[in-house]
Structures are given as C-alpha cells and as structure tokens.
Design a protein around this ligand. Structure first.
Ligand code: IMP
Ligand code: MG
Length: 173
C-alpha cells in the first residue's frame, strides 16, 4: 500500500471545498444525497464544515459487479430517499471514475422534480472518465490508479483507512 493523500491533506482540502459549496449556495437550504457506501466518510467530514441549513438523504448505486474494476449495469436503490421535490440537491460520492454513477444519479434525481442538482466528489480520475459529466466540486484529481481508504473499498474492505492509498495489483475479477 502506498499513501497517495494523507489525512492532513484530505482535511485541509475538505475545508476549502466546504467553503466553496457554502459560498455557491449562499445560505439556501439543501439536501445532500450521499451515494452509499463509499460516500460515508467524506460526507461525515464535509457536513460538519458546511455552514448551511441542510438535510441528508442516502441512496445506493453500484455499477461494479466485480471486486475492483469490472463495470456492469448501474443499480439504483432509492428506498431510503425522502421526498425531494423542489429541493436543491448536492449529490455526493467518493470518486468519479468512468462517470456512469454520477451521470445516472443526476438523471434519476431530475425525474423526481428537484429544484437543482449539483455534484461533489472527493476524487476525480479524469483519465478513466467515459461519460460526459463535470462535477461541480472536486477534492482531488488523481492518476489512473485503484485507490482505497477514506470510504473507498476493495471488495468492501479498507474503507476505514484515514488516508487514500494505492492498492498494489488488486486482482480485477
Ligand atoms: P463510476 O460509475 O465508474 O464513475 O464509478 C464510481 C464508483 O466506482 C465509485 O462510487 C466507487 O465505488 C467505485 N470506484 C471507482 N474507482 C475506484 C477506486 O479506485 N477505488 C475504489 N472504488 C472505486
Ligand atoms: Mg461507490
């Protein structure tokens, strides 16, 4: 395991991202929609820095059938979502990789009659992106490496690491 982003770097950057988000909403009430499970650590740290009236909702979306990198169809599990009609939504995920998840989630939220949707991701792997979507708020642009920690997993493990690390040679099955 190699450390790519330290806990201190993460916290410092989240301070800046939170300021950008608060500035862009200017006191407006928002609903943060977190994409489970990868969003949880980022979401928990971000919301405590957001000086805005906000609600939290969670949705599960997974495009990954295999352990690490094999893309499949996107499954959206939105049983946990409250009524979002008319709300300003900030959609949060751990990483924008191919872009499939964010693109589909934005489309899905728009069918629910929301007032607006903006997106925030901790990590953006630009080189891997296949779907056209530009996240509104990005923590870090990262190289094309498989990363874990701070919410991100490999086979559902490593989410608890306080840093973002590069997992050497995960089997891509
Ligand atoms: P996308 O739909 O291809 O953009 O994939 C987004 C989802 O894939 C994220 O929510 C992650 O769960 C997962 N993912 C993509 N890249 C990585 C990675 O490097 N490490 C861990 N999970 C990843
Ligand atoms: Mg995920």
């Amino acid at each position: 395991m190699r450390v790519l982003i330290t806990p201190e770097q993460i916290q410092q950057r989240i301070d800046e991202v939170a300021r950008d988000i608060a500035k862009s909403y200017q006191g407006q009430s928002i609903t943060i929609v977190g994409v489970l499970t990868g969003c949880i650590v980022f979401l928990a740290d971000l919301i405590r820095r957001l000086d805005l009236p906000l609600k939290i909702a969670l949705v599960q979306a997974s495009s990954y059938r295999g352990k690490a990198t094999t893309a499949g169809t996107l499954h959206i599990q939105d049983d946990l979502l409250p009524e979002l009609k008319g709300r300003h939504i900030l959609l949060i995920d751990d990483i924008l990789d191919t872009g499939t998840t964010m693109k589909h989630m934005v489309g899905h939220l728009q069918t629910l009659g929301v007032a607006s949707v903006r997106t925030a991701v901790l990590l953006h792997k630009r080189e891997r992106q296949q779907v056209a979507i530009e996240p509104d708020f990005v923590g870090f642009n990262i190289p094309n490496e498989f990363v874990v920690g701070y919410g991100l997993d490999y086979d559902d493990e490593y989410r608890n690491l306080p840093y973002i690390g590069i997992l050497d040679a995960p089997d891509a099955s």
